[in-house]
Design a protein around this ligand. Structure first.
Ligand code: DC
Length: 226
């Protein structure tokens, strides 16, 4: 147990396209820490539910189903039960179902242990919505990322256009606002900044600037941990 408690965690939370994913990955690399993309776990569950043609609101079955899934992160992305699924889980259908599933208390509870298992030496950078508030409340550094909806929609738009997809900026902005609203209003682990988290507004920051800021905060908040 003490090895777990001694293993430092950096908890990075915030809404979609706030920059937290890219920044968290780079911070983990710089510190030589493990990396947990908890949103990808919810997306992988969504993919598995879609493939199994399961009813998404059967809470008891969902709990059992999730405990049989095996999640892994490798440099190239997410793996589910030994299959590379990074591209499949980024589809909007998976994102939307993940957002709906994540409002189910039993599902969040089922994923708790799976998330704790990622905490192994020398340390972990965990990214999501409730890393600092629920999953790793004893994280030595907690940061809440934010950026204006317009900037976040533009970032997402650019990503999708680069992938060769045909999308409208206005539709992305609307969908992003809807998803924010749902993530914020749900009763369990709503998306919000905790009182002990530092706020990082990335609207006017480059990825590099955000990484530097997080590493600076890490040195102050978690001395001797890297
Ligand atoms: O970060 P993302 O867009 O990949 O996450 C997909 C969905 O999963 C998001 O709509 C909310 C949910 N999620 C969550 O409820 N808790 C987390 N820790 C991470 C993601």
């Amino acid at each position: 147990l003490s090895a777990v408690v001694d293993t430092p965690v950096v908890a990075i939370d915030g809404p979609t396209a706030s920059g937290k994913g890219t920044v968290a990955r780079q911070v983990a690399e710089r510190l030589g820490f493990h990396y947990l993309d908890s949103g990808a776990l919810y997306r992988m569950v969504a993919l598995a539910v879609l493939r199994a043609r399961m009813e998404a609101d059967d809470e008891a079955r969902l709990h059992e189903f999730v405990s049989t899934l095996h999640f892994d992160f490798r440099p190239e992305g997410a793996w589910l039960d030994g299959e590379y699924v990074e591209e499949a889980i980024r589809e909007e259908t998976c994102g939307n179902l993940a957002s709906r599933l994540s409002a189910i208390p039993g599902l969040r509870a089922a994923l708790l242990q799976q998330q704790h298992d990622f905490r192994t030496p020398p340390g972990l950078v965990a990214e999501g919505r409730d890393m600092g508030s629920v999953v790793f409340p004893d994280a030595c550094l907690k940061i809440f990322f934010t950026a204006s909806p317009e900037i976040r929609a533009q970032r997402r738009y650019k990503q999708l256009i680069e992938k060769g997809m045909c999308v409208s900026l206005e539709a992305i902005l609307q969908e992003l606002k809807q998803r924010d609203e749902r993530d914020r209003r749900r009763a369990v682990s709503p998306l919000q900044k905790g009182p002990d988290a530092l706020l990082l507004d990335t609207s006017a920051l480059s990825i590099k600037q955000a990484v530097v800021q997080v590493l600076e905060w890490f040195d102050t908040a978690c001395p001797g941990k890297s």
